[in-house]
Design a protein around this ligand. Structure first.
Ligand SMILES: Cc1ncc(COP(=O)(O)O)c(C=O)c1O
Length: 375
């Protein structure tokens, strides 16, 4: 059997195929919608797509801002990216803070304690730092909550030559839902915080929009928009209308048939005997399982593509293998199976598994090699 070009050297031909031209296309589309600078959210290995490769492609598209979630991600990205990198979470540990400051990572700050530690560190190591103040306007995750807290931070910042207030930001809790009432309340609180900051004579870059707000709320675009899931080609939710924008899912998940057999009526398939054949059926075993991120909640629900034909998953998905019904097809050992792509979307799988597209994409495990087109 002849291996496809991208499968060369792969011992188990189960992999994620990522078309970076789709990422580039999505960035162009999102820039068109945002009409501002954009920040590529590349945390969690770029939502499973590969942080380095996605960031490289985004830089080729002129993106100057990147966001990550952990210090390790920030430092890893810094190896290949000389643009602004914002760490979206705060850091308390001095050693970690020092590594980040020395790597010129922009830091998220929302308490006086955080700011004080940073000021002390910058003095100690004779280094400057850029910060983005995080305003909590209703997500109640991280961020300062009151005007008083904000004014205390701004007061402290005055005269601190080593700390540059580069940005101020907030995050929406329900921008991807049909009811926009709470999002508009959040937006209003953020606008008030921005006014306070400007009155105090600071002029940071303001940013609030995630994908849903990029697509739905022009008023929330401010100076910079943070594009996450939409950059990878998906709407943030089924309630988000993406008709005005053309998004192309960049990732396909591919595996292959390792075994084919015909079972008799009454035979069961996989752990727990959840599938019992009503008649003779042809069953294909595929080399992918929940340890690859093909989650068990999809058991008996997901469909995949065998060529142009949809086939149904049966029985429980195992750690490394799963079974599909291929009765009436010519399926044979070695045939390629597309678990995501060619009409099967991560959004469809998320819906079947009772989760969100984000979790399907970020859940693809490190065991699945990422293969790139158009890098
Ligand atoms: C602070 C922050 N901004 C932006 C994003 C990107 O959101 P989305 O993927 O919905 O565009 C995230 C993702 O969780 C986030 O935590």
């Amino acid at each position: 059997m002849k291996a496809r070009e991208e499968e060369k050297g792969m011992l188990r031909k189960t992999y994620a195929l990522i078309d970076l031209e789709c990422i580039a296309h999505n960035i162009r589309e999102l820039k068109r919608m945002a009409k501002t600078e954009v920040m590529a959210v590349v945390k969690a290995n770029a939502y499973g797509h590969g942080m380095k490769q996605v960031a490289d492609k985004a830089m080729q598209q002129g993106v100057n801002w990147f966001a990550v979630a952990t210090p390790d991600e920030a430092i890893e990205l810094r190896q290949t990216c000389d643009k602004h990198i914002l760490l979206l979470s705060s850091v308390d540990d001095e050693l970690t803070l020092r590594v980040l400051v020395e790597a010129n990572i922009s830091l998220c700050v929302y308490t006086l304690e955080q700011l004080n530690s940073l000021i002390l560190l910058c003095k100690k190591i004779n280094h400057n730092a850029c910060i983005h103040i995080k305003i909590d306007t209703g997500m109640n995750r991280i961020g300062l909550r009151t005007k008083e807290e904000l004014l205390i931070l701004l007061e402290k910042l005055k005269g601190q030559a080593s700390i540059f207030l580069e940005g101020v930001f907030t995050h929406f809790a329900t921008a991807d839902e049909a009811d926009m009432e709470f999002t508009y309340r959040q937006l209003q609180s953020f606008q008030q915080a921005v006014e306070t900051i400007k009155k105090e004579n600071f002029h940071p870059i303001c940013h609030a929009s995630n994908s849903a707000a990029i697509l739905k709320i022009p008023k929330a675009h401010f100076d910079l928009c943070r594009m996450g899931i939409s950059m990878y080609g998906y709407a943030p939710s089924q309630e988000t209308n993406i008709k005005e924008v053309s998004l192309k899912p960049a990732l396909s998940l591919i595996s292959y048939i390792t075994y084919v057999k015909t079972i008799s009526a009454g035979d069961s398939v996989s752990y727990g005997r959840q599938f019992i054949a009503q008649r003779p059926e042809k069953v294909a075993t595929v080399a992918i399982g929940y340890a690859d991120g093909y989650i068990r909640a999809l058991s008996g629900k997901a469909e995949a593509m065998l060529g142009s034909r949809r086939i149904k998953n049966i029985g429980r998905i195992c750690m490394d293998q799963s079974m599909f019904l291929v009765t009436g097809t010519e399926a044979k050992i070695g045939d390629k199976i597309q678990l995501i792509g060619n009409g099967v979307t991560a959004q469809e799988l998320a819906c079947l598994a009772g989760t969100i597209t984000y979790e399907i994409l970020t859940g693809l495990s490190a065991r699945v090699p990422r293969v790139y087109l158009n890098d």
